[in-house]
Design a protein around this ligand. Structure first.
Ligand code: URA
Length: 424
């Protein structure tokens, strides 16, 4: 077997066997298959696709390239949630304590920001002294005691994905559905949860910008989950405008705390309660209506907020010190009309430019910068009214850069639904 024949086979749209995929992936991890050869194979996969069987095999090979976390010491059903990446997406910060407060264990390993999208671990680090790296025994103990821990991805989890993803990022192969499905599902399966809920984002600020592709991805991930005996549910959700009002690490923590204390932006409320109800329902094997009632109750009676405070305390954080820049500038509208679009991709990239996201993997980021939207899509704005607040630091952006993120017109557009479909 040799890598050139494998690349050629995929170039000719033929199916690769399990042995051929093993040869390519394991060879790449071992350094026998070179970057340029793997790049070529990834491009052939991106162009010609993969059968479901190939994708399932690829996922399992990636999964077995490293450590698989054993959560069997947790004496409760563990349900995991993952988002394919969005802007202003602080869902995990509110969803995790909410679901945990309803009696389902959350033992979550999260990532950092990637490209224009944020990451939960960066957000949690905006809370002073919050420890995202805790050893395995302490992690399990915390989940057994309070039902909740959110930590940085630990150990040698799916090393094949780390290497392949880095290459995809620089070879124009990030949008391939089989590659996304195998990347996400190998990591979710390695993280050890019993059941998985995936928030598949669709739209301008997401990895996939059309509903058909998002549906294909979701269906494939549900199938991979099933093959591995893990119940997997995908929720297709809109990412055409930032979620909630805050975008930027510390600002999103503050918005999440307000949410848990009862002050919720409508879109964040709808998404979080819907995802939470699904997680509680599969975690406790009960109907969705009862689960939604529990979720809403625990938001209103403060149990979800208390659970968040418990987590912060266990992980060493100081809830009274959250990184937010003191340099604030209000940007006002140059027009009167309806807000028809807030470009989440551009907003996400501007947060990065402000210093709130990484250009290079090892960049130290400014956790206090970002935006707070005063207007959302569908709102009416009059000239000179505030559109958005900028919390800035050393990064350089202009007022026009920000105004260009908004489309304002005299006629309002129909707002798309927030939740498109649930695939199980
Ligand atoms: N998130 C991942 O982990 N992998 C992808 O390929 C895309 C999003």
């Amino acid at each position: 077997m040799n890598i050139i024949d494998i690349i050629t086979k995929k170039k000719n749209s033929l199916e690769l066997s399990q042995e051929e995929l093993e040869f390519a992936i394991n060879g790449f991890v071992d350094g026998v298959v070179k970057d340029y050869q793997m790049s070529s194979l990834l491009m052939a996969i991106t162009i010609n696709g993969m059968s479901d069987e190939e994708t399932i095999n690829l996922t399992n090979i990636m999964l077995n390239s490293g450590e698989i976390i054993d959560l069997s010491m947790i004496n409760n059903v563990v349900v995991d949630k993952h988002s394919t990446g969005g802007v202003g997406d602080k869902t995990t910060l509110v969803l995790a304590p909410l679901v945990a407060s309803c009696g389902v264990a959350i033992a979550k390993m999260s990532g950092r920001g990637l490209g224009h999208t944020g990451g939960t671990i960066d957000k949690l680090e905006a809370i002073k002294n919050f420890q995202v790296n805790i050893d395995n025994d302490a992690f399990i103990k915390q989940v057994n005691e309070i039902n909740l821990a959110v930590v940085s991805q630990k150990g040698n989890l799916v090393p094949a994905d780390k290497l392949v993803y880095a290459l995809r990022d620089v070879t124009g192969t990030t949008s391939s559905i089989p590659l996304i499905a195998s990347s996400i599902m190998s990591k979710k399966l390695a993280s050890g949860a019993d059941k998985i809920v995936l928030d598949v984002k669709v739209g301008n600020g997401a990895l996939l910008d059309n509903i058909e592709d998002a549906k294909k991805l979701a269906t494939l991930m549900v199938k991979i989950g099933k093959q591995n005996n893990k119940e997997t549910i995908c929720v297709l959700t809109n990412m055409d405008e930032p979620l909630g009002r805050a975008i930027g690490n510390g600002l999103e923590v503050i918005e999440s705390i307000k949410f848990l204390k009862g002050e919720a932006p409508e879109d964040l409320y709808t998404l979080t309660t819907s995802l939470a109800a699904i997680m509680v329902s599969i975690g406790k094997n009960q109907d969705i209506k009862t689960s939604l009632r529990e979720v809403v109750e625990n938001l209103e009676n403060g149990k979800a907020y208390q659970k968040f405070l418990d987590m912060v305390k266990y992980q060493g954080g100081d809830i009274n010190e959250i990184a937010v820049s003191s340099k604030v500038h209000s940007i006002r509208s140059s027009k009167t009309g309806f807000i028809n679009k807030i470009d989440s991709l551009k907003i996400g990239n501007l947060v990065k430019q402000l210093g709130g996201g990484r250009v290079n993997k090892d960049d130290v980021i400014d956790l206090g910068v970002g935006f707070v939207l005063n207007k959302k899509v569908g709102d009416y704005v009059v000239e000179n009214e505030e559109l958005i607040k900028v919390y800035y630091g050393k990064g350089d952006i202009t007022v026009n850069d920000i105004l260009n993120c908004f489309e304002i017109d005299v006629v309002a557009v129909d707002k798309p639904p927030l939740i498109y479909e649930i695939i199980r």
